[in-house]
Design a binder for this molecule. Structure first.
Ligand code: HEC
Length: 116
């Protein structure tokens, strides 16, 4: 009985740990952690085009937010010349690298970019 109790406590402890690790991040936090190394929001650019110009480009190309966010998310998930809206930027800066970022965070940041 005592061991059973210990087992439950241990399980609760680890499930709270794993919950903390997957706690959703805000768009700002994701930008600061993963994107701001290369992207500024506004000109002048660092190692990549400013995200506000990218957002404007996506809003110009897709009229529905849903589709635009999906395209941004698809690019961040797997940067690729074929799904880049600005192949010229790929030539100028080189292709963006893949990031160690979860699908949930990609969703959040894609929406955040669209909204800027
Ligand atoms: C290691 C540098 C680097 C990091 C980190 C980075 N990017 Fe990029 N990103 C680039 C470069 C370089 C380009 C331009 C070339 C290209 O499109 O691949 C780019 C282009 C883009 C584009 C436009 C693609 C198109 O359609 O033309 C989007 C959207 C984008 N980044 C989103 C993000 C987001 C969101 C993050 C953070 C989660 C991020 N990037 C992190 C370097 C980076």
């Amino acid at each position: 009985m005592k061991h059973f109790f210990l087992l439950i406590v241990t399980c609760l402890f680890f499930s709270s740990l794993s919950h903390a690790a997957t706690k959703p991040m805000t768009g700002d936090a994701i930008y600061n952690k993963y994107c701001s190394v290369c992207h500024t929001m506004n000109p002048p650019p660092k190692l990549a085009p400013p995200l506000r110009s990218i957002a404007a480009m996506y809003r110009g190309k897709y009229s529905s937010k849903k589709e635009g966010v999906e395209r941004i998310a698809a690019f961040v998930k797997l940067p690729n010349i074929k799904n880049a809206l600005a192949p010229g930027a790929v030539k100028k800066y080189g292709l963006m690298s893949r990031l160690p970022i979860s699908s949930n965070d990609i969703r959040t940041i894609a929406e955040w970019v669209w909204d800027h």
